[in-house]
Design a protein. Structure first.
Ligand SMILES: [Fe+2]
Length: 307
């Protein structure tokens, strides 16, 4: 039938133990072999050694063998090598070299989380009680991997691999700089950004609501104010609330909630986003290091300069 989501992302970093400790703090559950699990979708992050930080692997879910056969044929037309195995297609994104696996997997069904109750003019949905969003006793635990953002030295080649090759759909474009691509009903699962070097810009993790975006980020910053990158804000592309933090390898990690969902492709019109719209709808001004991370020059020379 079609692609239906991301299964996992593998990030390569020079400092595996330190980075692994960060993602445990972030709320992902550590499992053996440096795998980390989300609350709803199991193992979705793997951390392994690489001399400079990068996206090593992305696993994408498909419904059936016909999907894999179609993808194999499209990749062949693009001149991209692929190996079709039992229930899996393995290939590599040509510009960044990231390994990509498309696997037959069941569709993720998430339990319904009751809507958070907010008061508004003429609408007292919560009476005689404080807002529950900040008095939740549990720590924030991401429900699923939402998207991975990859900086590519040839964003057109990378975008074509995902769209013409794998069958991702374009949700919005950042004029001349990249595109928001989806392989599920979420507005984006992969964002390709043109960059002077191939690197992993950020991974993004779904939480219940805006209170959990704030609660999760504040907990991460409590003893580590240096982790703060950008937030709280709301993106235009995808409409999601966001707060970005930085792991010890220099990758950003995002808590998000309330992402646009595209159920009927005919009802969604991709836009070419220019200027600030490509970045956000509201929030504090983005730091210059958001688009040009501080270690970009170091990565271009093959060195590593965390923080
Ligand atoms: Fe994001």
């Amino acid at each position: 039938m079609s692609l239906h989501g991301l299964l996992s992302v593998t990030m390569g970093v020079p400092n595996v133990a330190e980075t692994a400790a960060y993602y445990a703090d972030f709320g992902l559950a550590p499992e053996e072999d440096n795998w980390f699990a989300t609350a709803d979708a199991g193992r979705q992050l793997r951390i392994e050694y690489a001399p400079t930080r990068r996206m090593v692997e992305l696993r994408v879910a498909a419904d059936d063998a016909d999907d894999l056969a179609r993808i194999a044929a499209r990749l062949e037309r693009l001149g991209v090598a692929a190996h079709l195995g039992e229930g899996t297609l393995q290939t590599a994104e040509p510009a960044t070299g990231a390994r990509v696996l498309v696997e037959i997997a069941p569709r993720l069904v998430q339990d319904t989380v009751p809507a958070s109750v907010y008061n508004g003019p003429g609408r007292l949905e919560r009476q005689d009680a404080r807002a529950p969003g900040f008095t939740r006793p549990d720590r924030v635990r991401p429900r699923k991997l939402g998207h991975a953002v990859v900086g590519s030295t040839d964003h057109e080649v990378t975008q074509s691999f995902f769209t013409d090759g794998l069958g991702f759909k374009v949700s919005d474009r950042i004029k001349g700089a990249g595109a928001f691509l989806r392989c599920s009903t979420d507005h984006h699962n992969v964002l390709v950004l043109g960059a002077p070097v191939n690197f992993l810009h950020h991974t993004s993790w779904q939480v219940d609501d805006v209170d959990d975006v704030g609660r999760g980020a504040c907990a991460m910053l409590e003893d580590h104010p240096e982790r703060h990158v950008w937030g709280l804000g709301r993106h235009f592309a995808g409409s999601n609330f966001f707060w970005y933090l930085k792991d010890p390898a220099g990758n950003f990690s995002e808590y998000y909630s309330d992402m646009d969902c595209i159920i009927d492709d005919q009802l969604w019109t991709p836009e070419d986003l220019e200027g600030a719209r490509g970045l956000f709808a509201w929030g504090p001004p983005p730091p210059s290091s958001f688009l040009r991370p501080d270690d970009l020059a170091a990565m271009m020379t093959g060195a590593h300069a965390p923080r």
